[in-house]
Design a protein around this ligand. Structure first.
Ligand SMILES: NC(=O)c1ccc[n+]([C@@H]2O[C@H](COP(=O)([O-])OP(=O)(O)OC[C@H]3O[C@@H](n4cnc5c(N)ncnc54)[C@H](OP(=O)(O)O)[C@@H]3O)[C@@H](O)[C@H]2O)c1
Length: 376
């Protein structure tokens, strides 16, 4: 049987949910969850807690013990076939004597893709790979890992918070706070879920943000901070530079940045990334961050940088917070700068739209760029 039963599909949804218990801690590894079903009942579960720690399948197998024999393993990701920091999971699955394995998504890394499944099948285990919505949601769970593996750049989430009429500030420049406290708390959680947070120098100069993830329960790994700053204008006395030795700061500069300013930023613990153009170009910067192992970025604006990301077709997902407030005025700034599109047919549209109420605000998230399909 290659299709999933209703119980297996529900178990896969549960495995995705347990995987997220380690959110923000597993990079550069993917989030992975696994459950073991016996006669349609869930008897064990496990998830991967981070680099060097046991994989989800092994945690679930240990929890099941002898009851795993003849049972079904449902894992969000194909069990690995290679010795990394831990022994291969497919060997553990074979040894435990499972009868069937359901996989949410194949390994996105081309050099190992499909190998775990082939090993299991060669050992006589019935293996099903999820398709349709089961497969899409399993890929979505590891969107950062997939994007980095296949596109060699980080997955990009663009976050913006506006009034209902799309303004980020009043005509006098007042912008704090448009969104609700609940939405702002969620933004801290989202920062922690990413490898890096990005802003333009306009925002860095206007708000002097720290861009750290604060007020979160449980262990938090702080995201690196990245500033698009052609001229290396980020002040040495800014909150980001002052904390650069505790949480990494990357300042991305162009060809006309003063060598003296670059040296001073470096002296303060900032990693300066030089780009070969006067103004850093979004795709090149993303490639440079990808080379540094950054798999996911959370772009927090401002308007000019948001426009540049969209015009470069470099936004995977949009996360928009809409406050039930009307600012009005043609002088009050909107959320997305740049040229914008000339024709409605060219406007990026969000797919798989999810709308939620967060405090008084409406949170709206959707995908702009489809995730790569991972096929054998
Ligand atoms: N409500 C919200 O969600 C929200 C979020 C963030 C910010 N804001 C507000 O937005 C305002 C700042 O927005 P902003 O549009 O003036 O500035 P911004 O988008 O933060 O920064 C724009 C600057 O980044 C630099 N840059 C470098 N490479 C770039 C590229 N490829 N494309 C575009 N820019 C590049 C440019 O300066 P150089 O030429 O010097 O490099 C550019 O002027 C602040 O008032 C802030 O409070 C609101």
């Amino acid at each position: 049987m290659t299709t999933l039963s209703a119980a297996e599909s529900a178990a896969l949804a549960h495995a995705r949910e347990v995987a997220t218990r380690a959110r923000g801690r597993v990079s550069p590894n993917p989030l992975v969850g696994a459950v073991i079903l016996r006669d349609g009942r869930l008897i064990a579960e496990g998830w991967h807690e981070g680099p060097g720690l046991p994989h989800a399948e092994v945690v679930a197998l240990r929890a099941a013990g002898a009851a795993a024999r003849g049972a079904t393993l449902v894992s969000t990701l194909e069990p690995c076939s290679h010795f990394g920091r831990t022994p291969p999971c497919s060997a553990a699955v074979i040894e435990a004597g499972l009868g069937r394995v359901v996989v949410g998504c194949l390994d996105p890394l081309e050099r190992t893709r499909g190998q775990g499944v082939r090993l299991l099948r060669a050992a006589g285990i019935d293996v099903a790979v999820a398709s349709g919505e089961d497969g899409r949601l399993s890929r979505e769970l590891i969107s950062a890992f997939i994007t980095h593996a296949v596109r060699q750049r980080p997955h990009v989430m663009l976050k913006l918070a506006t009034s209902l009429d799309g303004k980020v500030a009043t005509r006098t420049g007042e912008s704090q706070w448009i969104s609700s406290p609940e939405a702002r708390d969620l933004v801290h959680r989202m920062r922690a879920d990413h490898d890096a947070v990005i802003v333009g120098i306009g925002t860095a100069l206007a708000d002097d943000p720290r861009l750290t993830a604060r007020g979160i329960d449980g262990p938090v790994r702080q995201p690196a901070r990245v500033v698009f700053d052609s001229q290396a204008r980020l002040p040495l006395a800014s909150a980001m530079v002052e904390s650069a030795r505790e949480v990494p700061v990357y300042v991305v500069v162009g060809t006309s940045a003063s060598p003296d300013r670059i040296e001073r930023l470096r002296g303060a613990g900032v990693e300066v990334i030089g780009m070969p153009t006067a103004r850093p170009q979004v795709p090149e910067v993303l490639a440079a961050l990808g080379q540094r192992g950054i798999q996911s970025v959370f772009v927090e604006g401002g308007a000019r940088l948001a426009g540049a990301f969209l015009e470069a077709n470099s936004v995977d997902v949009v996360q928009w917070f809409l406050a039930p407030m009307l600012i009005g005025g043609s002088q009050a700034p909107g959320a997305i700068g740049g040229q914008g599109v000339g024709k409605l047919a060219d406007a990026p549209r969000l797919a798989q739209l999810v709308v939620a109420r967060i405090g008084d605000d409406i949170a709206c998230a959707g995908r702009v760029i489809e995730l790569p399909r991972i096929e054998e």
